[in-house]
Design a protein around this ligand. Structure first.
Ligand code: AMP
Length: 194
């Protein structure tokens, strides 16, 4: 099983690249942000709890996210592999993910880390705010999300680096980035003998 974590700051292109990976390799794409936005739209109890955190640029509490994520993994048990997009975002989520995958006799194959400079990230997110109307894509919330990323999420790079699972993908156009990602995944497929 190939389980890819697509990692990076808000606006680094995780969603775009995850969709491309999932369609090329037939992996199941799980975006915790997308799922949460669906929950909010449907005004579910989880959506109602999450809305405030998201609109302020904070992370939704770990246990809520981990339970939601476990539920999705259970529902997609036949998948031949996953692209995890926006999860894990904290060390405790990463540990929970390790445990969940271990229970399923599998593990995180690789963490592909996207990068972009901060000015570029802010410009992209502001543009997305205009085009897609995401409420959390306004300057104040974007800045908060970038702070939260460097404080709570970026330390995961070290966590995965120690396990030899972190692969940095150089920034570029959408196509360039995808080409670099595909090279990495092809190599991983080869190593996994699939
Ligand atoms: P995203 O679409 O990945 O940018 O996520 C949008 C927002 O959803 C984030 O700013 C968080 O408030 C929340 N969120 C998404 N994934 C997670 C996660 N793994 N842990 C906590 N909060 C999350």
């Amino acid at each position: 099983m190939l389980n890819i974590v697509i990692f990076g700051a808000p606006g680094s292109g995780k969603g775009t690249q995850s969709a491309l990976i999932s369609s090329k390799y037939g992996l199941h794409h799980i975006s915790t942000g997308e799922i949460l936005r669906g929950e909010i739209e449907n005004q579910t109890p989880l959506g109602l709890m999450a809305e405030e955190y998201i609109s302020q640029g904070h992370l939704v509490p770990d246990q809520l996210i981990i339970d939601m994520f476990a539920n999705i993994l259970d529902k997609t048990a036949n998948s031949k592999g996953y692209v995890f997009d926006g999860f894990p975002r904290t060390i405790s989520q990463a540990q929970a993910l390790d445990a969940m995958l271990r229970e399923r006799q599998t593990d995180v194959t690789a963490v592909l880390s996207l990068s972009a400079d901060e000015k570029e990230l802010i410009q992209r997110l502001l543009k997305r705010g205009e085009l897609a109307g995401r409420k959390d894509d306004n300057l104040e919330t974007i800045k908060k999300r970038l702070d939260v990323y460097s404080e709570q999420t970026e330390p995961l790079k070290e966590y995965y680096k120690k396990k030899g699972k972190l692969f940095k993908i150089k920034d570029g156009s959408i196509d360039d980035i995808f080409e670099r990602i595909a090279e990495e995944i092809d190599r991983l497929f080869f190593q996994h003998g699939k």
